[in-house]
Design a protein around this ligand. Structure first.
Ligand SMILES: [Zn+2]
Length: 378
């Protein structure tokens, strides 16, 4: 993996590169980034860059022996750990799977990995035996003159074994490099977290996402803008949205807004349930879509900026901007953003949508009451 294979994240890349060039390489680091941000890809590009024997000020060369070994994850001093099932197994038993899954998609998240292992109903973790293997690996004489690298993907799954890792990080053998890659440092033992240098990886910025989508998915600018606007910097979501048809969310969104405006509480319950059943990806796509439509409505109304949507969608937004109140849209945008945040925190998803719908009704209802009050006072 080279830095150029990682979408966006220019600041983080520059920071990591300057660290290597000035020989400031912390022996324990945490790459923390949300789903679809490329945290693992960036970490892999980083360790390859460190070991590349012909690196430039921008990237690893990609062709030297070390680069090739890192690209294939066979560098002799590199060891990978990740969640898997079975307390008597070690990560190495699942190496081939992991490598293939990663080759297929270097932005893979935990759910995709579990699916890949066909282990969605099994408990995946990083068990004690794996920690022992880690210690053994780090204490072995190195094969090369580089670092002994231990990469731990999703350290959130260490559980109580985290203490064993803590000991390793506290008393590291010479030339150790521990790279932890996860979504949330909050879910990792505080003592470990405090001993690592944390690189925070944000969602991918809009411009880089658009460029990448145009280049690698053969989308025209409008199409790339649409997907980028809806995926919120999550490249996995972008890939999923690409697989979905263009107007998948339009009809349900219209239906939803109709129920909200008409305060159809009873019908809303079954509507919320049907959305809840479709799972996290769909809900996120739906809510990002709702944000985009409402934002475009606001922009069109306020700044006369015509949205880059399909004809059918533009027609809907044209109608919506005539009837919708600015303050209502602003409040609705906040509510939807909050719900998106909650979905990422894995709070009961069915409940989130139901709660959001009821809050939306209240927001739209407030406007109605205000109008009624103004009408009566006239
Ligand atoms: Zn190289």
């Amino acid at each position: 993996m080279r830095f150029s294979d990682v979408i966006g994240l220019d600041k983080q890349k520059a920071f990591l590169i300057s660290g290597v060039q000035s020989n400031r390489i912390a022996h324990a680091q945490f790459f923390e980034g949300p789903r679809g941000s490329g945290n693992l890809a960036l970490a892999l590009a980083y360790i390859q860059y460190i070991h590349c024997s012909d690196k430039s000020s921008q990237d690893s060369c990609g062709v030297c022996t070390n680069c090739k070994q890192f690209a294939n994850l066979v560098y002799p001093d590199l060891r990978l750990s990740f969640p898997y099932y079975g307390s008597k197994s070690i990560a190495t038993d699942f190496y081939a799977d992991f490598k293939t899954a990663l080759d297929k998609n270097s932005y893979m998240d935990f759910a995709m990995w579990a699916q890949w292992l066909d282990a969605e109903n099994k408990k995946l973790n990083i068990p004690a035996l794996e920690l022992k293997q880690m210690a053994q690996h780090m204490n072995l004489q190195p094969f090369s003159d580089g670092y002994k690298v231990q990469l731990i993907w999703m350290p959130e799954f260490l559980g109580t074994e985290a203490n064993m890792l803590l000991k390793l990080i506290e008393e590291p053998p010479e030339n150790s490099l521990f790279i932890l890659v996860g979504e949330s440092a909050e879910n990792v033992l505080t003592t470990i977290k405090s001993r690592t240098q944390i690189t925070r990886i944000p969602p991918i910025d809009n411009q880089s996402m658009v460029q990448h989508l145009e280049r690698t998915h053969e989308l025209d600018t409008d199409g790339a803008l649409r997907i980028a606007a809806m995926c919120g910097g999550d490249y996995l979501l972008a890939q999923e949205l690409l697989d979905n048809s263009e107007n998948e969310y339009l009809e349900p969104f219209i239906q939803w807004l109709r129920l909200v405006i008409a305060v159809k509480r009873f019908e809303m319950i079954s509507f919320s349930e049907s959305i809840g059943k479709k799972g996290r990806v769909y809900q996120k796509g739906f809510l990002h879509y709702a944000l985009e439509i409402l934002r475009s409505t606001l922009l069109w109304k306020e700044a006369d900026v015509e949205p880059g949507f399909s004809e059918k969608e533009s027609e809907f937004i044209r109608k919506l901007r005539k009837v919708i109140d600015l303050h209502v849209v602003e409040e609705a945008l906040n509510l939807i953003s909050d719900s998106l945040y909650s979905i990422d925190r894995n709070i009961n998803q069915k409940l989130i949508f139901n709660t959001l719908s009821h809050h939306m009704m209240a927001v739209f209802g407030k406007k109605r009451k205000k109008e009624q009050a103004t009408n009566t006072s006239k």
